[in-house]
Ligand binder design. Structure first.
Ligand SMILES: Cc1cc2nc3c(=O)[nH]c(=O)nc-3n(C[C@H](O)[C@H](O)[C@H](O)COP(=O)(O)OP(=O)(O)OC[C@H]3O[C@@H](n4cnc5c(N)ncnc54)[C@H](O)[C@@H]3O)c2cc1C
Length: 496
């Protein structure tokens, strides 16, 4: 009888978990190796004094992609996780202190937009008609789950991309439809959700509002970590092995072929290795330079990493009615904010914030009458040279003051029972993230599709990548699609 092939997956973020499930379901014996105490990666969980926090992703879109993963393992998502649709998807506070409750209902959004510009409201339908084309190409026709391994694959997509204006930056695409700066923000900020600049990310990302509109925005009861735990359970139930608290020190390469991994005191052999860890760090630190013809240190140093963020996890003995489950607070200057983060690389004076208040949907996330709150503030990555050990305390105070003053969250500071802070240094040290990036490799045109690190290593046979740093990119749906693209490479290479 033929022996089952062995696969090793390095890193248990959504990408690693997803690849591990896929390969185990395909008949490999998979070992998933994770450096941290628990699985989840950026989707980690913090529990303290009765408060539960999702530390990273909070917003679920395109649940059908998650369902697809569970069903290929013979499982049903709804048997593991209870998803609840959110309405509004998020509340957006603009710099004039007013807000729009954003959802997928055209008439609702148009009537709120009309308060600022009737002309813009009238352009809503045309915008959605056009971004549907982008959605159809990426999701319905499957380009997001298709590995772009050759120039040919890129050239084949080019005519369609030109027609869809997919090479325009997201902001420019949006500005063709809307005049008012608030509306331009509302339909162009989505690259910031995955760490990219709306002025540099190609307009394929403009399809996110369409993805939200047709698929909804969802919350997993118990938090995003319920989905992480569900994926870990599925993987174990179908026979997979998880080893946490285990850092991979090297990828073993023989004659240009990945043969396994080196741990502190152990070598694990495998027929293929799938990497979910941050790609620049993997190439630089885990693979001997003699095997790297394409991904040399010099080339890696030229990669643009995404921005980072500061996160405050606050357990507060009080609830705040001005917040929805997801609330975005836009600073006064959208373009200047993006310039501060990506070009000037300074802590923005007029920073924007994203707040997650899951207690609005699930009271079990905090003690009765309390709020489990996270505040995310986009900041530059560590290339900026910002010394967060020095800056974090005054910055935290500034954020709390801003919430009290600008958002009217009176008594916030006096009612904080739990406060934990996560900085770009934590992304670097806890997640092995290059330059403390929060969202992997930046989504910009020359780092997309064929130009992004491929799902199959160009340098080493039987080495694959999955997760936000490879095609198609960041965000939970993107990362799950990347595991589908990686899967296709492995199926081809192993004649499955
Ligand atoms: C604050 C924040 C909020 C977000 N919000 C959303 C959201 O609401 N919705 C959404 O869709 N997306 C969101 N995202 C994006 C989304 O979370 C990520 O794109 C996704 O979780 C990344 O998954 P991944 O599998 O690529 O990598 P990761 O989650 O980073 O996993 C990589 C894993 O590799 C491990 N590792 C690294 N080096 C080694 C090694 N040498 N040995 C062993 N293990 C190693 C790391 O510890 C880590 O666990 C958010 C991201 C952040 C940071």
């Amino acid at each position: 009888m033929e022996q089952r092939k062995k696969a090793i997956v390095i890193g248990a973020g959504f990408g690693g978990l997803s690849s591990a499930i896929r390969l185990q379901a395909k008949g490999f014996d998979v070992t998933l190796v994770e450096k941290r105490e628990q699985v989840g990666g950026r989707a980690y969980q913090l529990k303290k004094e009765g408060y539960t926090f999702d530390m990273g992703p909070s917003l679920i879109t395109a649940p059908f992609i998650i369902e697809r993963l569970f069903s290929l393992a013979g499982k049903k998502l709804s048997d593991y996780v209870e998803l609840e649709s959110l309405d509004p998807y998020y509340r957006i506070y603009f710099s004039d202190g007013k807000y729009i409750d954003y959802n997928g209902n055209a008439e609702n959004i148009k009537s709120q937009m009309a308060c600022y510009s009737q002309r813009d409201a009238d352009r809503y339908d045309a915008f959605f008609k056009d971004i549907k084309g982008v959605y159809d190409a990426i999701i319905t026709d499957g380009l997001g789950a298709q590995p772009f391994m050759s120039w040919g694959s890129m050239l084949k997509f080019a005519p369609q991309a030109i027609k869809l204006k997919a090479f325009l930056p997201v902001y420019s695409f949006t500005a063709q439809y809307f005049k008012h700066e608030f509306h331009r923000f509302m339909f162009s900020f989505h690259p910031l959700f995955i760490g990219g600049s709306p002025w540099k990310a190609p307009s394929v990302y403009v399809m996110i509002p369409y993805l939200e509109k047709v698929g909804g925005v969802w919350f997993a009861k118990g938090g995003m970590y319920s989905l992480v735990k569900a994926m870990e359970s599925v993987f174990k139930e179908i026979g997979g092995t998880v080893r946490t608290h285990t850092e991979v020190k090297k990828i073993v390469v023989e004659d240009g072929v990945a043969r396994g991994i080196e741990l502190e005191n152990e070598v694990l052999k495998a027929d293929c290795v799938v990497c979910n860890a941050d790609i620049p760090i993997v190439y630089k630190n885990l693979i001997d330079s003699k095997w790297r013809k394409k991904w040399t240190d010099k080339r890696i140093d030229k990669i643009h990493m995404t921005m980072s963020c500061v996160l405050l996890y606050l357990g507060v003995k009080k609830q705040f009615p001005q917040l929805k489950h997801h609330t975005i607070v836009l600073g006064s200057e959208y373009k200047e904010l993006v310039k501060d983060i990506f070009d000037r690389q300074i802590i923005p004076e007029e920073f924007s914030m994203y707040l997650h208040a899951p207690t609005k949907s699930d009271s079990n996330m905090a003690p009765k009458g309390c709020e489990s709150l996270y505040v995310l503030i986009p900041v530059p990555n560590l290339k900026s040279g910002i010394d967060w050990k020095k800056e974090i305390e005054p910055f935290t105070n500034k954020v709390l003051d801003r919430l009290e003053e600008k958002m009217g969250m009176e008594g916030l500071k006096d009612n904080i029972e739990v406060m934990e802070v996560f900085t770009p240094d934590d992304f670097k040290n806890k997640l092995n993230s290059h330059l403390g990036n929060a969202f992997a490799i930046e989504p910009r045109l020359m780092q997309s599709a064929y130009f992004r690190p491929h799902n199959r290593s160009e340098d080493i046979e039987r080495l694959y990548f999955v997760g936000a740093g490879t095609h198609p990119g960041g965000g939970v749906p993107g990362v799950l699609l990347s595991s589908e693209a990686t899967d296709k490479c492995i199926v081809e290479d192993f004649n499955l």
